[in-house]
Design a protein around this ligand. Structure first.
Ligand SMILES: Cc1cc2nc3c(=O)[nH]c(=O)nc-3n(C[C@H](O)[C@H](O)[C@H](O)COP(=O)(O)OP(=O)(O)OC[C@H]3O[C@@H](n4cnc5c(N)ncnc54)[C@H](O)[C@@H]3O)c2cc1C
Length: 382
């Protein structure tokens, strides 16, 4: 298990209470919520009570005003219990958009509700016709009097069915690419013209309501433009991406650790040819390789987190954390599943859930191919 040198007594104490929270409030319901396809609103609210949702929200807006390290603690703990369905990461990123770019009025309006779980958040970028090429989004938000008139559709939206507040990526100037993009905040309750489409049937992450969203002549006040200037959306997205990618790295790390732990329990018990699966040299080498990769990933992520703190984390380094971390996660989980034999393929074993949940990590948050493209671009400069 990696030692995170940045973790002080207060991080360990926070981690202990987050772990107890998951044990008491999540574990008893994990199968039910998988069948339901979402976690209930009460779970969001309870997580807020122990400070998970508002850890990094400034105190004057109802949060605890702590550093991002506390969010990293939560991502690690959530992953370590083998869950990636609860959409806390997206809620957290959305909250950081408001903190980072919102006007004073917007911060006062939304941050307390995001910190208390009264509002669940989603981020809607991807459209049926475009994912990786974000500048090509077709959803429009056109100024009309003191309102925006919004038309378009989004797909694959995490928390899409339960979101009260959506950070919508739309074109305020459809004739431009990146400079035409703005972020519009959508309060969904009773909003005419807004509808949630089918809840998508996914390979994994069964506890998340990943949904399609439709906007047909939706009207929101002009004050719902995030920040005070149109055309800033692409810049705002790019500013937040290093944190988003680091989060994916930490969740990859936690999931890999969870896979290793559950596999160690299994191979110490299971026997073949009169000995424990653990005693075969191949098993020992595979487990040693997994443990080594976990340590390497932890060391790199912690270095990236320290750089983020100092404002030094570059987009290409965050991209390395995302692609290498999620690739390592998938490789480790695949090897761990193999050590379970046929039982690894059975849904009643945790390793099977870890396997199907992991696959999407290489796709969302920017695909791993796009990550490598970003890194390569940074190498191809004078
Ligand atoms: C479970 C789940 C949850 C999601 N949650 C959200 C969410 O909350 N909000 C949201 O907005 N989106 C979300 N997404 C969408 C996700 O971010 C996109 O699926 C992803 O960005 C890829 O876009 P795409 O699916 O359109 O693939 P495409 O862009 O069509 O890519 C297809 C393939 O082509 C490759 N490719 C594309 N362009 C290049 C290039 N320039 N160079 C090399 N290869 C390239 C890609 O790497 C990929 O392998 C989610 C997706 C899933 C599956």
């Amino acid at each position: 298990m990696p030692t995170h040198l940045w973790m002080q007594e207060e991080h360990h104490a926070f981690g202990d209470s987050v772990r107890r929270f998951f044990e008491d409030e999540f574990q008893p319901h994990r199968d039910q919520w998988k069948d339901d396809g979402h976690v209930p609103k009460s779970f969001w609210e309870k997580s807020a009570e122990i400070g998970i949702l508002g850890a990094t929200v400034p105190e004057e807006y109802g949060g605890l005003g702590l550093s991002r390290h506390f969010d990293a603690v939560t991502f690690l703990e959530q992953a370590k219990i083998g869950d990636s369905g609860w959409g806390f990461s997206v809620h957290n990123i959305a909250t950081h958009y408001v903190t980072g770019f919102g006007t004073e009025q917007q911060k006062q309006k939304w941050l307390p509700k995001l910190a208390s779980g009264e509002m669940v958040a989603a981020i809607a970028m991807t459209e049926p016709g475009t994912g990786s090429d974000l500048q090509a989004v077709k959803t429009t938000a056109i100024k009309d009097g003191n309102e925006y008139l919004i038309n378009g559709s989004k797909t694959f939206i995490t928390n899409g069915g339960s979101a009260d507040l959506i950070v919508l990526v739309a074109k305020t100037d459809p004739t431009s690419r990146s400079k035409g993009v703005s972020l519009i905040m959508i309060e969904t309750e009773g909003l005419d013209g807004f509808s949630v489409g089918r809840k998508l049937d996914k390979m994994g992450m069964k506890r998340n309501d990943t949904a399609e969203l439709s906007f047909q002549d939706v009207r929101v006040p002009q004050t719902n433009l995030l920040g005070d200037e149109e055309g800033q959306g692409f810049y705002q997205l790019m500013k937040q991406l290093p944190w988003e990618r680091l989060i994916l790295g930490y969740s990859a790390l936690g999931a890999a650790q969870c896979a290793l732990d559950t596999t160690l329990d299994y191979v110490r018990e299971r026997k073949a040819f009169g000995q424990r699966i653990m005693d075969f040299q191949n098993s020992r080498f595979k487990l040693a390789e997994a443990a080594t990769k976990i340590e390497l990933l932890a060391a790199f992520l912690d270095q990236c987190l320290a750089e983020l703190d100092q404002g030094l984390l570059t987009p290409e380094k965050a991209a390395m954390a995302k692609w290498w971390g999620t690739q390592a996660q998938c490789d480790i989980i695949d090897e761990c599943l193999q050590l379970h034999g046929g039982y690894g393929y059975m849904n009643e074993y945790l390793i099977s859930e870890l396997y199907t949940d992991a696959r999407v990590q290489k796709i969302y948050g920017g695909t791993n191919e796009i990550m490598k493209e970003l890194i390569a671009r940074s190498l191809d400069k004078d």
